[in-house]
Design a protein around this ligand. Structure first.
Ligand SMILES: Cc1cc2nc3c(=O)[nH]c(=O)nc-3n(C[C@H](O)[C@H](O)[C@H](O)COP(=O)(O)O)c2cc1C
Length: 276
């Protein structure tokens, strides 16, 4: 309804302006103008998109679990956010390694009967405002490199604090999280795709996706393998890798992974729009 009003107001205003300027005033012209505006200025689409869906702006937050702020994981997260933004969402990228925080200390305040922190993490540090922000996000995307067979230590610590408080130690309800949102995982790793099974990565990814589905309602995973690890392979002891092969992969395959991440951003926001 709100959406229709906003659009009709825009339409009427635009028709009036076109008439005033002596330009054609039929609907096809108006739609062309609208299309032109969108092409010239993506912000225009953003504004229109943001006003859709009952006036509520979707908030999409990505969490970077890599210490590197501009490398593989961060790039894929940025792409996912770009996809979400193309659907009108407001986006934010948070770098875990900028924050001073610890993992769960097993205080169990989040499980204490009638406790004031029931269902919430009671620890207070630089992760606390992030967890508060995530409470109301419409989509969350967690990105991490694989370090020694799993997400990074920071990402694991973050997940303990973000997910464990919502997990209930009884049959019903299974989750204390108050709505249904998609939580996506984006992993990057040096290993090649054919070694994922051997290293047990599928199990890791399956487990994390299963937990997120149970707690938040929906989860998806994407991964980028055989990533480019250094800016200049000649400077490092890394004979196992062929620098030319690595560079080729970076040029040919990584952009496809970026597209997958972008599509994930789009898909998640569309999902949320559909269930609103
Ligand atoms: C401490 C450390 C441990 C790593 N362990 C693994 C591993 O077990 N398996 C793997 O495939 N890659 C491993 N890698 C490679 C990274 O996962 C890979 O380069 C990743 O894309 C880096 O992400 P970034 O570019 O966002 O920092 C490791 C890298 C580091 C620094």
């Amino acid at each position: 309804m709100f959406n229709k009003i906003v659009f009709s107001n825009y339409y009427l205003r635009k028709r009036r302006d076109l008439k005033k300027d002596g330009k054609a005033s039929d609907q096809s012209n108006l739609l062309d103008t609208l299309k032109e505006n969108v092409e010239k200025n993506p912000f225009f689409l953003k504004v229109l998109g943001k006003r859709k869906y009952g006036g509520k702006i979707m908030k999409v937050v990505a969490i970077n679990g890599s210490p590197r702020k501009k490398w593989n994981t961060a790039t894929l997260l940025e792409k996912a956010l770009e996809g979400a933004a193309s659907e009108g969402a407001e986006t934010e990228l948070i770098h875990l390694y900028e924050l001073n925080f610890k993992g769960c200390t097993s205080c169990f305040a989040c499980k204490l009967k009638d406790g004031k922190s029931y269902g919430k993490c009671a620890m207070n540090d630089e992760l606390t405002p992030v967890l508060e922000k995530l409470e109301n996000a419409d989509t969350v995307i967690l990105g991490s490199p694989i370090y020694l067979g799993n997400s990074t230590g920071e990402m694991r610590s973050f997940m303990e604090r973000y997910i464990f408080p919502y997990l209930v130690y009884s049959a019903q309800p299974i989750s204390l999280y108050h709505k249904d949102i998609p939580v996506g995982y984006i992993y990057t790793m040096g290993a090649q795709e054919e070694h994922l099974d051997f290293f047990g990565f599928y199990k890791v990814m399956e487990l994390n996706e299963g937990i997120a589905t149970r707690i938040f309602g929906y989860s998806e995973t994407m991964y980028s393998t055989d990533t480019y690890q250094f800016d200049d392979y000649s400077k490092y002891v890394a004979d196992r890798f062929d620098p030319a092969e690595k560079a080729k992969r970076r040029e040919e395959v990584f952009p496809q992974d970026c597209k997958k991440a972008y599509d994930m951003g789009i898909r998640f926001v569309r999902r949320q729009k559909a269930i609103k």
